[in-house]
Design a protein around this ligand. Structure first.
Ligand SMILES: Nc1ncnc2c1ncn2[C@@H]1O[C@H](COP(=O)(O)OP(=O)(O)OP(=O)(O)O)[C@@H](O)[C@H]1O
Ligand SMILES: [Mg+2]
Length: 355
């Protein structure tokens, strides 16, 4: 940061169900540079499926991640995820930017099964037809205020200022566009599989054309291993990550891993079917996987062979500059899939959009 720089730089704070991750990026003329990052694990029952169950434990983890990262600012960019998020592409008669807010409020009532004063609404214009009297496509996002308030509360309790609240699926897209700036006409499915929620965002030409969160994640694998081998959750978790666990061999895990991967493939099928039933119904050309489950050995090949399309693991630091003496490249690449959402959040600036 230069002497005359006044631009406030916040940081991305991804409060996931298994860990809190922080990424701070500095924006310069040549793009983004990594300032710092850190991760702190959460016990399995602190957050379940995008709901904070044990706020004090989460507050402590946030304080810890801030202290480990050594950030000086208090401005945090957060996100939420979960199957209760409503993300829908709607069509509106073309209106001016000024009229859009009101038009969306009116239209949203038809698309959301909740009283409109109980939700926060957000939107992104994703397409317009040419000429006067045409229509515009808008991706509408609605999240219960009570859910946002839960996340805001733990972040404030940890002494931070939440400046933006985003959605995981869109943070993922931000990150993807920075790292793959060449926009193509192909539809690409960005899929983040965390510990408890799978988020899908189908993007094309720099806009989202479909988004959906469901309850599925690494915990499904860990629970299956724990039940089949009759070992506690934490040992099953360690074994799944390829760590040495006395009495558990990798071969013992394979049947559980395969069974859950088949379930995963079915869940992806369901999401793609749902996408195919929308007006877009386009062939998905590629999958970009992120989240901790992207690190599961062989998962990319498995999904690629079940889908017959290329499956890549996300590289959120591809176009981010960093000092290799402070951040060994191998560490950064290994942590990459877990940090994709936090990188996308770290790119946001408070002036982008008010919370
Ligand atoms: N090397 C690995 N092999 C297999 N699974 C892994 C590995 N590393 C992490 N995971 C799994 O990834 C999951 C954590 O990923 P991530 O940090 O993306 O989730 P989260 O953000 O906490 O959860 P969510 O986004 O669902 O709220 C855990 O289930 C963990 O077991
Ligand atoms: Mg996550």
């Amino acid at each position: 940061m230069g002497l005359f720089s006044t631009k406030k730089t916040g940081f991305g704070l991804d409060v996931g169900s298994s860990a809190v991750k922080l990424v701070q990026l500095q924006e310069g003329s040549k793009g983004f540079t990594l300032e710092t990052f850190a991760m702190v694990e959460l016990p399995p029952d602190a957050i379940g499926e995008g709901m904070i169950k044990d706020p004090p434990v989460v507050v402590d983890a946030i304080k810890e991640v801030v202290s480990r990262a050594g950030v000086k600012t208090k401005d945090a960019v957060l996100s939420v995820s979960g199957r209760e998020l409503i993300m829908k592409k709607i069509q509106l008669p073309k209106v001016t930017a000024k009229e859009l807010g009101d038009a969306i409020m009116l239209e949203a009532e038809h698309h959301i099964n909740l009283p409109i004063d109980e939700v926060y609404l957000d939107h992104q214009v994703v397409g317009q037809s040419a000429g006067q009297g045409g229509t515009m496509d808008v991706m509408l996002v609605a999240v219960k205020k009570s859910k946002i308030n839960e996340y805001v509360a733990v972040v404030e309790e940890a002494g931070l200022t939440p400046v933006v609240v985003d959605v995981d699926a869109f943070a993922l897209q931000n990150q993807y566009e920075m790292n793959s700036p060449e926009t193509t006409a192909e539809a690409v499915a960005l899929i983040d599989i965390g510990a408890s929620i799978m988020k899908t965002n189908v993007v094309r030409g720099g806009v989202s054309i479909f988004a959906r969160d469901i309850a599925f994640g690494g915990n499904n694998y860990t629970r299956a291993i724990s039940q089949r081998l009759n070992v506690p959750f934490d040992r099953a978790e360690a074994a799944k990550k390829g760590e040495e666990v006395p009495g558990v061999r990798w071969d013992d895990l394979v049947p559980s891993l395969e069974a859950v991967s088949r379930e995963l493939s079915l869940e992806i099928q369901r999401t793609f079917d749902y996408f195919a039933s929308t007006a877009e119904s386009e062939r998905i050309s590629r999958i970009v996987l992120s989240g901790g489950c992207a690190k599961l050995s062989g998962i990319d090949e498995f999904l690629s062979s079940s889908w017959g399309i290329p499956v890549e693991v996300v590289k959120p630091f591809q176009n981010v500059q960093f000092d290799p003496n402070r951040f060994p490249a191998d560490d950064l690449y290994a942590a990459g899939p877990l940090l994709a959402v936090a990188v996308g959040l770290g790119m946001r600036r408070a002036e982008d959009k008010p919370a």
